[in-house]
Design a protein around this ligand. Structure first.
Ligand code: ADP
Ligand code: NI
Length: 215
């Protein structure tokens, strides 16, 4: 059988190739690269588990599947097709199930590998790429760019986070700007600095133009 990583790459490319919500193959590939970089810098974590979890992290995502169960089935079926120890499968599944943000209702992470993959995914949600992904997601979901009449939500259930009325600019306050403080590793915190700065400046300029203050 060909190398497990290559086999997993092929599977993920096939599954996520056509996604237009910012969860495409290129996102997965960046998360994998970020995760392996953090692993190397921090000199901790099992790189194989980290790479596999990064590659598979969006496969069972409820947003990209008909239901939570259907997403889990997809991952389980894939695991049945590869030659991997039960322990590794359990660990990778646990990472994938615990790293999601879900409106801030995140679970306590069990392993250093989970912390690294979560940081890698979060780095791709902020900065210039984060801005691009948020508007791609908002467009695909038919959500407005901005509406000053809508309130920023502080506390919300997962249901409200996914389905409630909001705008992409609001998403910066409801999630993206908060991520920097929630990172687990020093390496990711360092990388987040300039990405955070980029979002803050983007928002300032956005309001300037929205209000015509630059005219
Ligand atoms: P997680 O998978 O960590 O729970 P989300 O599913 O909330 O994260 O979001 C993943 C990415 O999708 C975000 O970083 C953002 O780019 C985009 N996204 C999710 N919800 C929204 C939203 N309401 N408006 C704009 N972008 C969103
Ligand atoms: Ni992701």
């Amino acid at each position: 059988m060909i190398n497990i990583i290559e086999h997993t790459e092929k599977f993920v490319r096939n599954e996520l190739g056509a996604d237009a919500t910012g969860h495409d193959w290129f996102h997965v590939d960046r998360v994998r690269r970020n995760a392996l970089h953090i692993c190397k810098q921090e000199m901790t974590g099992d790189p194989f588990i980290i790479e596999m979890a990064a590659l598979l992290h969006d496969i069972s995502d409820e947003k990209l599947n008909e239901s939570v169960e259907k997403g889990q089935e997809k991952l389980t079926a894939f695991f049945e097709s590869i030659n991997l120890s039960e322990n590794a499968k359990i660990h990778i599944t646990q990472i994938i199930e615990t790293i999601s943000y879900k409106g801030g209702k995140n679970t306590k992470l069990q392993s250093v590998e989970a912390k690294i993959v979560q940081d890698a995914d979060r780095l791709d949600a902020i900065g210039a790429i984060g801005i691009a992904r948020a508007f791609a997601y908002g467009g695909k979901k038919g959500q407005p760019i901005y509406d000053p009449a809508i309130q920023v939500r502080e506390e919300m259930s997962i249901e409200e986070y996914r389905k409630g009325k909001s705008t992409t600019i609001h998403h910066f306050y409801e999630k993206l700007l908060k991520l920097k403080e929630l990172l687990n590793t020093e390496t990711a915190r360092g990388l987040a600095e300039s990405r955070q700065q980029m979002m803050v400046e983007f928002l300032e300029q956005f309001y300037q133009e929205w209000d015509g203050l630059d005219l």
